[in-house]
Write a protein that binds this ligand. Structure first.
Ligand code: NAI
Ligand SMILES: CC/C=C\C[C@H](O)/C=C/C=C\C=C\C=C\C(=O)[C@@H](O)C/C=C\CCC(=O)O
Length: 264
């Protein structure tokens, strides 16, 4: 899908990966609604994006992805201003093993909430224009990160939800592609203060720091470039794209023969 003239919504867009997603979408000709719970953090990046791409191309909407009401209001405003929604990047996420219910509510339920509300606007079966939904998972959605079981569960959930929605969309004719991005460690605020974020698993902080050292970190622009590939390539649906220092790799998952219930 060419992005010129399209409208995108990015959650958690005030900083980090979300901000980079907004930037690459604008660079490729889309209009972008930046949604975030943190209005103050969005102020400067928004000014910079407005200066660079034009004030008419961006809008900031305060929105907590834990609230279906706020998501619906933000999407409605986006449609009023930009005329529709073609792309949703469910990106907002936290790492907090102490408030693990919140981690699940934002990282997994936030993706599901955002998707279901977006379907109201995007689903071709209900008058929408179709499009693409990108969900920000993690390498911890492919293999377990020992120091963050709840975070890992949230990201496994995001990968599973994305793949199931992709199949549902194809079978039903929503006209929407669904893909997940699974980055390794990325240079953002989320990988600071790791011991505090790990809560009862803070004894595993050293092992996690060691993994960061071994794997290295990637830049937010690497993640945005991977997301762009999934957005523009119309053949991609139900993919989980692992993004590491060594490059991006499409994950292979086992397939099952439903009649024999064993791996093909
Ligand atoms: N930094 C990393 O190493 C990796 C991050 N990810 C994922 O990428 C996504 C973005 O993370 P980063 O940019 O690294 O984090 P970040 O902490 O730099 O940015 C997260 C953004 O989400 C916003 N946010 C948090 N809770 C929210 C809520 N309830 N509603 C709306 N916005 C909310 C924050 O205000 C912030 O602007 C997350 O889903 C994260 O799990 C995935 C793999 C690696
Ligand atoms: C503290 C957590 C910070 C950020 C979370 C973020 O989403 C990044 C996750 C990055 C890595 C995920 C690792 C997943 C590990 C696994 O799959 C393990 O089962 C395998 C462990 C190591 C493989 C790497 C290696 O040593 O070659």
């Amino acid at each position: 899908m060419a992005l010129v003239g399209k409208t995108a919504v990015v959650t958690g867009a005030a900083m980090g990966i979300g901000r980079a997603l907004a930037e690459i979408l604008l660079e490729n000709g889309a209009k972008v609604a930046l949604l975030d719970i943190n209005e103050a953090a969005a102020e400067r990046p928004l000014q910079a994006l407005e200066q660079h791409f034009g004030a008419e191309k961006t809008i900031f909407l305060k929105c907590d992805v834990e609230s279906e009401e706020q998501i619906r209001a933000a999407f409605k405003k986006t449609v009023e201003i930009f005329g529709g929604i073609d792309i949703l990047c469910n990106n907002a996420g936290v790492l907090n093993e102490t408030s693990w219910e919140k981690t699940i509510s934002i990282n997994l339920m936030g993706v599901i909430r955002g998707t279901y509300v977006a379907l109201e606007q995007m689903n071709q079966l209900s008058g929408g224009r179709g499009g693409v939904i990108i969900n920000m998972a993690s390498m911890a959605g492919i293999g377990p990160l020992l120091s963050c079981p709840s975070y890992t569960a949230s990201k496994f959930g995001v990968v599973g939800f994305t793949r199931a929605m992709a199949a549902a969309s194809e079978a039903s004719g929503y006209g929407i592609r669904f893909n997940a991005v699974c980055p390794g460690f990325v240079q953002t605020d989320l990988i600071t203060n790791i011991p505090v974020r790990l809560g009862q698993f803070s004894n595993l902080a050293a092992a996690t720091h060691k993994l960061v050292d071994v794997m290295g970190t990637i830049a937010v622009s690497d993640v945005a470039a991977a997301a762009l590939e999934l957005l523009i390539d119309d053949t991609k649906n139900g993919e989980a794209l692992l993004v590491l220092q060594s490059g991006a790799t499409y994950m292979q998952f086992p397939t099952f023969n439903p009649t024999q219930n064993k791996p093909l």
